[in-house]
Design a protein around this ligand. Sequence first.
Ligand SMILES: *[C@@H]1O[C@H](CO)[C@@H](O)[C@H](O)[C@H]1NC(C)=O
Ligand SMILES: *[C@@H]1O[C@H](CO)[C@@H](O)[C@H](O)[C@H]1NC(C)=O
Ligand SMILES: *[C@@H]1O[C@H](CO)[C@@H](O)[C@H](O)[C@H]1NC(C)=O
Ligand SMILES: *[C@@H]1O[C@H](CO)[C@@H](O)[C@H](O)[C@H]1NC(C)=O
Ligand SMILES: *[C@@H]1O[C@H](CO)[C@@H](O)[C@H](O)[C@H]1NC(C)=O
Ligand SMILES: *[C@@H]1O[C@H](CO)[C@@H](O)[C@H](O)[C@H]1NC(C)=O
Ligand SMILES: *[C@@H]1O[C@H](CO)[C@@H](O)[C@H](O)[C@H]1NC(C)=O
Ligand SMILES: *[C@@H]1O[C@H](CO)[C@@H](O)[C@H](O)[C@H]1NC(C)=O
Ligand SMILES: *[C@@H]1O[C@H](CO)[C@@H](O)[C@H](O)[C@H]1NC(C)=O
Ligand SMILES: *[C@@H]1O[C@H](CO)[C@@H](O)[C@H](O)[C@H]1NC(C)=O
Ligand SMILES: *[C@@H]1O[C@H](CO)[C@@H](O)[C@H](O)[C@H]1NC(C)=O
Ligand SMILES: *[C@@H]1O[C@H](CO)[C@@H](O)[C@H](O)[C@H]1NC(C)=O
Length: 563
Amino acid sequence: MGWFECNRETGHVIGLLLASSHLYGSINSSSSLFSLVHLQRLDLSDNYFNHSQIPCGVGQLSRLRSLNLSYSGFSGPIPSSLVELVNLRYLSLRGNYLNGTVDLNMLKKLKNLTYLQLSNMLSLLGYNDTNDAHLDLSSNMLQGSLPVPPPSTFDYSVSVNKLSGQIPPLICNMSSLSLLDLSGNSLSGRIPQCLTNLSSSSSILNLRGNRLHGSIPQTCTETSNLRMIDLSENQLQGKIPGSLANCMMLEELVLGTNLINDIFPFSLGSLPRLQVLILRSNLFHGAIGRPKTNFQFSKLRIIDLSYNGFTGNMPSEYFQNWDAMKIVDADNLTYIQADLEFEVPQYSWKDPYSISMTMMNKGMTREYKKIPDILTIIDLSSNKFYGEIPESIGNPKGLQALNLSNNALTGPIPASLANLTLLEALDLSQNKLSREIPQQLVQLTFLEFFNVSHNHLTGPIPQGKQFATFPNTSFDGNLGLCGSPLSRACGNSEASPPAPSIPQQSSASEFDWKIVLMGYGSGLIIGVSVGYILTSWKHEWFVETFGRRQPKWRRKAKRGHRG
Ligand SMILES: *[C@@H]1O[C@H](CO)[C@@H](O)[C@H](O)[C@H]1NC(C)=O
Ligand SMILES: *[C@@H]1O[C@H](CO)[C@@H](O)[C@H](O)[C@H]1NC(C)=O
Ligand SMILES: *[C@@H]1O[C@H](CO)[C@@H](O)[C@H](O)[C@H]1NC(C)=O
Ligand SMILES: *[C@@H]1O[C@H](CO)[C@@H](O)[C@H](O)[C@H]1NC(C)=O
Ligand SMILES: *[C@@H]1O[C@H](CO)[C@@H](O)[C@H](O)[C@H]1NC(C)=O
Ligand SMILES: *[C@@H]1O[C@H](CO)[C@@H](O)[C@H](O)[C@H]1NC(C)=O
Ligand SMILES: *[C@@H]1O[C@H](CO)[C@@H](O)[C@H](O)[C@H]1NC(C)=O
Ligand SMILES: *[C@@H]1O[C@H](CO)[C@@H](O)[C@H](O)[C@H]1NC(C)=O
Ligand SMILES: *[C@@H]1O[C@H](CO)[C@@H](O)[C@H](O)[C@H]1NC(C)=O
Ligand SMILES: *[C@@H]1O[C@H](CO)[C@@H](O)[C@H](O)[C@H]1NC(C)=O
Ligand SMILES: *[C@@H]1O[C@H](CO)[C@@H](O)[C@H](O)[C@H]1NC(C)=O
Ligand SMILES: *[C@@H]1O[C@H](CO)[C@@H](O)[C@H](O)[C@H]1NC(C)=O
């Protein structure tokens, strides 16, 4: 049973819906069906055109917006005349017996196509421009199993689709692959072992946000070129494979939100370029201990070990060794990204690719679409670290956010924290810290977020400067604290000393104090953004806007010469 849809004014047939109509046989390309050139919608799904091909004549229906040929028994190749259907929005070829090669160049010409369902049977998608293919099928509605492009494919992204099933080992045949991005699908099963073979050509492997389980396969050999690996948000188990320490080019390793059960991966410390290490929400455990050499993680700037079972003392020697975190005056703002280079005869171009990063910062989950190479963060929160916070925490001077919340830390808050002059967020809440909050912290002029709640702190809360902006929940749950913003006043013996004066310019020559003072306005700051980072002698500065869920690192107008 089927029906027509007609345009009332012209009488033209604009819709022909023949789903589940027990149609069989074949459709000839000269069929009168193809004279219905005003057709916008054609549904021949759920029929029995077994052993016949999709007729080429379908290309004459150039006004089609929706073409449903699913489950209709078609076999053979997809006709190239489909490329004429430039108005197509919906195309379903699912559940047929199609085979052969789909020219994805062709599908890319269907610019309005937002819904594309390919046959489950159609596992091989071809692409033929010159030989190297740049194949981006991301953010579609691709369903079914992962299409595997031909071995010559140069980079392949099918991120944010609805692909399911396993990653076929055939994917490893793409020996020139530079980018493999399968993130944001529902792929399951194990990561194929043969992925090691891709690592010599590939710079980026992104499998984030699937349903992969099993262990992480051996990943790199000495010749590996991998720069970014993101396997986060899966159900990966087991340990971090030793071969990851062979990934000499690796800059970004994101393994967060999995079930990895391992101790701290010391061996990665020798990676000479590693800048970002995210192990959040796994089953890591044990003490971090001491670095094996002086050059451990020397380029690291962002480390997130939160929500694991790490224990023992804070990694105090690492705080001394993380050299990249000591840089306060980044020379120029760049992002962690890989340039994917393409070359066709007489033409070549670069396409920068970044792996976005999600982190908790200033109390919010933030997505950094790109990671500026001056962003410096330590998040060791929600573990079982105990003992005192070491004085060496004052060493990574470039630090912008430090989160030690929800551990079992004891002893005082070290005054050396005041050395972290770029700090914008400091979260020490939910520990067992005692004694007074060091007055020196008032010197942290960029501090927007401060939380020492639920500790055993005593004495007066430092007053003035940024401390005038913190709400009383920053100090909750410390029975011995007194002074504003808490309602409990300090007795005479515990009165807060006057705030130290603004440090001398000599001690922080990087800063243009005029700008800092602008941030202060009348002396009372209410959540204003003073969280900017200066790049000193390039006379440029950068502002992170406060309070946005997805902060954009904005390049502000060039700063004038200091007068
Ligand atoms: C396409 O056909 C299939 C099978 O008949 C049906 O389930 C699906 O809803 C159809 N799609 C549209 C958009 O009508
Ligand atoms: C014909 O195709 C339909 C799907 O449209 C399928 O269910 C049926 O088994 C096929 N019959 C044969 C004989 O291949
Ligand atoms: C695609 O859609 C837009 C907006 O709906 C429309 O203007 C255009 O004609 C359509 N066709 C093509 C080929 O872009
Ligand atoms: C497609 O299937 C048909 C029939 O099974 C077969 O004859 C043909 O060789 C296949 N084509 C390709 C490219 O695999
Ligand atoms: C694909 O490329 C090969 C050689 O590069 C060429 O012979 C063939 O005609 C191309 N196929 C298509 C469909 O463009
Ligand atoms: C994939 O690579 C393997 C090993 O190199 C080879 O035997 C196989 O034929 C290749 N498969 C395809 C479809 O190219
Ligand atoms: C991967 O590399 C190994 C060793 O070079 C080779 O034996 C194997 O066939 C390759 N696998 C694939 C799928 O290419
Ligand atoms: C600044 O950036 C440029 C371009 O990325 C780079 O070539 C240069 O080495 C950088 N300078 C420093 C001192 O890092
Ligand atoms: C610190 O981490 C905890 C979770 O471990 C989180 O709840 C809190 O918001 C984080 N603090 C900041 C400043 O991001
Ligand atoms: C860091 O802080 C401590 C304690 O406030 C201080 O004694 C020390 O001089 C500072 N070190 C540097 C390098 O600023
Ligand atoms: C400080 O952290 C506690 C949890 O430890 C939270 O309830 C409170 O809202 C936080 N305060 C601020 C200002 O973020
Ligand atoms: C925190 O401030 C609110 C009003 O802003 C006040 O009602 C509350 O009593 C204060 N809590 C403490 C512990 O001082």
